[in-house]
Design a protein around this ligand. Structure first.
Ligand SMILES: [Fe+2]
Ligand SMILES: [Fe+2]
Length: 293
């Protein structure tokens, strides 16, 4: 039985759209607001959207176990689903339509172009721009029928104690790993400062895209892709004890990337046809003619 066959439709898709998660992250980390103040406001903030997001995290924290991650890697890192040019993969991603409010929300391609264009406007290297453009491509997992909580959401290490700095930590009470003595200590299956290359992260679009691109992009780009949803570290510093010096150096890039991801959303949608040839050239410079999903 495939893992997701165990879940009801409601458990697979607790959110109205996957953008709801990112909208919620933006409320948690609003631009220019002091972290402690933002946190307090986030906790007090109450509306029906929030209940949806809470349910999303309840499921995420319950089901993202060490074994679940190993199973998903086995399932998806064979890349035996589709093979296509990167631009086509982006268009494929864009078939993931947001039915919550089509008039206001930008589609996936527009979010990615805005992120990339903001990076380009600040004069960063072209591989950084390209990273901004493709960083959410792993969300195609949704189109393969994956549960929303196994595609988006904050990521965190599995196989060791869950930090209380992760959003809604109380929901980890339902995760069976907290009763497993292999996984419930500070270091669990890892050793002090072993480096994130040895650490299994919860499964989602970040880890998936990392494996698709790992042979082609400069290392800072790969860190941005792999850890952009790891808020517990890049915003909260909760996993210093697993990081090595190289991770710390590379996380400067992850931190540099995050504001472009969160704060580049402007209501004026980018015009895809005007930008397409620039991004096609960038893709051709760094990535192979086709990628396997
Ligand atoms: Fe993302
Ligand atoms: Fe994003």
């Amino acid at each position: 039985m495939k893992v997701q066959d165990q879940f009801s439709e409601k458990e697979l898709q607790p959110l109205n759209s996957i953008e709801q998660w990112e909208d919620d992250v933006l409320q948690r980390y609003p631009e220019g607001v002091e972290p402690s103040k933002a946190k307090e406001e986030y906790r007090n903030y109450d509306n029906p959207q929030r209940d949806t997001v809470r349910e999303f995290y309840r499921l995420n924290h319950k089901y993202q176990t060490y074994d679940f991650v190993q199973e998903k890697k086995k399932e998806f890192l064979q890349f035996n689903r589709k093979e296509m040019p990167v631009w086509s993969a982006m268009e494929f991603l864009n078939t993931l339509v947001d039915d919550s409010d089509p008039d206001i929300d930008l589609d996936q391609l527009q979010h990615l172009l805005q992120t990339a264009e903001a990076i380009r406007a600040d004069g960063h290297p072209d591989w950084f721009v390209l990273t901004g453009f493709i960083h959410d491509m792993g969300k195609v997992l949704c189109l393969f029928g994956e549960a929303q909580w196994a595609v988006v959401g904050d990521t965190f290490p599995v196989g060791c104690q869950f930090s209380d700095k992760i959003v809604y930590p109380e929901f980890f009470a339902n995760n069976p790993d907290i009763n497993d003595e292999r996984y419930n200590t500070k270091y669990g299956v890892y050793s002090p400062n072993c480096g994130l290359k040895n650490v299994h992260m919860s499964w989602g679009h970040d880890e998936y895209l990392y494996h698709i691109t790992k042979d082609y992009l400069p290392e800072p780009a790969l860190y941005m892709i792999r850890y952009h949803s790891f808020y517990a570290q890049h915003r909260e510093g909760a996993y210093e004890h697993l990081m090595d010096d190289h991770d710390r150096e590379m996380f400067e890039w992850v931190k540099k990337f995050n504001p472009y991801d969160l704060y580049s959303k402007s209501p004026k949608p980018p015009v895809v046809s005007e930008l397409k040839s620039y991004y096609e050239d960038l893709i051709a410079k760094y990535l192979p003619d086709t990628i396997r999903l």
